[in-house]
Design a protein around this ligand. Structure first.
Ligand code: NAP
Length: 441
């Protein structure tokens, strides 16, 4: 049941980029929200660190006593927008234990403790919604959990980190190096002071864990997601990508994989990959996000839009708030966590993709066949080879660059091959190894 006077009591934790926009929506759209919910929302309090009169909301709504706020009798729904893992975890668990429904955008927390939070929501028979945790404004959690509930999801692949997509887009369009593009992203406010979570792929891996968990009715945590960042991508990689009709994107890929014995696995992985310019994800530029879902009956669906920012993220939070409030009014609950399948996570060594391997070699006869032999020994089939001369600053030839594109091979076979190539006398260095996604075999 919901609280007094047929109003749905709401506590918002956090008044930052997202929290302040959610508070604005609750205030500015009060009548429309009430009509959609079937009862008005009543904002009971806002949890912050700094309680002060200059924060754009009535100071009497502010409190730094989170524990008291989430256990108030007149609060039905707690909207957690504080981040990071703590104090958010403690506050959410306390809210759930007190019988409040919870809406959160906290991907870092969800990707490490989905089970704990889901269990607490289950025990209390309340809702736990988190549409905003993946790809900001873009509806992707609800389509996966509800619209596609009757279908079988095969693959979810997307660009779910705006910072890295901005950096890679700039490197591609302006031909600049990684450090320059990162500096541009910081100057424009797209990258944080410490960009590690974005550029090393941790943020994308957290989102991949959430997507894999809901798409495959299983539980995948962030540390089970294979992860590589974008810091080693060079302008030369982009030049070769362009020559191949591709660009480079940081992809989060969640896949249902059936092995040779008919056993099903979940593969969840994040890495920069070559993507053909004809693929829908290649056209996603700047800070935008997109997620492509492939399901057995539905085929391919694409979701595109703003993956971050106060207002876009608040849109997804407000959508969850309306759902949770409506359930409260009706005395019902939305769908709970579904993890009946409990598929094991496929080790990265067994994941099969195509590869691009770029290496600097001595420019002399027989090198190509020596290199090709290492691929053949490990049954990594070569689809295409390109070779070009490399000169020093004075224009004198100093070697050659060989780029090999493979057919599908396992990561283990490819890693072995690369290690062997690096040991060859004729190979000066293996400059780059990238996967190739979104192409035919
Ligand atoms: P933010 O601007 O840093 O705001 C955080 C808010 O939480 C601040 O108002 C802060 O209070 C409050 N807070 C932090 N620690 C607290 C504590 N111990 N006790 C009380 N209040 C505390 O963060 P944000 O960008 O809005 O992000 C909020 C959440 O949304 C995070 O989980 C984030 O991952 C997620 N998210 C954000 C975006 C985005 O584009 N920003 C997109 C998707 C998801 P003070 O103001 O008093 O310091």
């Amino acid at each position: 049941m919901f609280s007094q006077e047929k109003r749905v009591g709401v506590a918002v934790l956090g008044l930052g980029n997202v929290g302040s926009e959610v508070v604005r929506i609750i205030h500015d759209n009060a009548d429309d929200l009430a009509a959609r919910i079937g009862a008005p929302l009543a904002l009971r309090g806002i949890g912050v660190r700094r309680v002060a009169a200059d924060r754009g909301v009535p100071v009497e709504l502010l409190t730094d006593n989170i524990e008291e706020l989430v256990s108030r009798e007149d609060v039905d729904i707690v909207v957690e927008l504080m981040g990071p893992v703590e104090p958010a975890r403690k506050a959410i668990l306390s809210a759930l234990e007190n019988g409040k429904s919870v809406v959160t955008a906290n991907k870092a927390l969800l990707s490490i403790s989905t089970g704990e939070l889901a269990q607490a929501a289950e025990s209390a028979h309340v809702d736990l919604y988190f549409e905003a945790a993946v790809a900001g404004a873009i509806p992707v959690i609800r389509p996966l959990t509800q619209s596609l509930a009757g279908d079988t999801v095969l693959r979810v692949a997307g660009i779910v980190n705006g910072t890295t997509n901005y950096i890679l887009s700039e490197m591609d369009s302006a031909g600049i190096d990684y450090q320059t593009a990162l500096a541009d992203a910081s100057a424009l406010g797209y990258a944080e002071a410490d960009p590690t979570a974005d550029v090393e792929g941790y943020d994308a891996a957290a989102k991949a864990a959430i997507l894999a968990s809901i798409a495959f009715h299983t539980r995948v945590t962030a540390d089970e997601v294979y992860r590589e960042g974008i810091t080693k991508i060079t302008p030369a990689d982009f030049a070769f990508a362009r020559a191949l009709g591709c660009t480079i994107k940081l992809l989060s890929i969640c896949e249902r994989v059936t092995d040779g014995d008919g056993r099903q696995w979940v593969s969840a992985r994040v890495y920069p990959a070559l993507v053909p310019l004809t693929h829908p994800l290649a056209a996603v530029n700047g800070a935008f996000n997109a997620v492509v879902v492939e399901a057995e009956a539905a085929g391919r669906l694409m979701f595109y839009g703003q993956g971050a920012g106060g207002a876009p993220t608040a849109s997804a939070v407000a959508g969850d708030l309306v759902m949770a409030a409506r359930n409260r009014v009706l005395g019902s609950r939305g769908p709970r966590e579904s993890r009946y399948a409990q598929l094991p996570v496929l080790p990265i060594g067994s994941v099969s993709t195509r590869y691009y391997v770029s290496m600097h070699v001595a420019d002399k006869p027989g090198v190509l066949s020596t290199v090709a032999a290492e691929f053949a020994k490990r049954e990594v089939s070569i689809a295409e080879v390109r070779q070009e001369g490399v000169a020093d600053e004075g224009g004198h030839p100093i070697g050659a660059r060989i780029v090999v594109i493979t057919h599908r091979a396992t990561d283990a076979a490819l890693s072995d091959t690369v290690a062997a190539l690096a040991d060859l006398d004729v190979v000066q260095r293996v400059a780059s190894v990238l996967r190739l996604e979104g192409t035919a075999e």
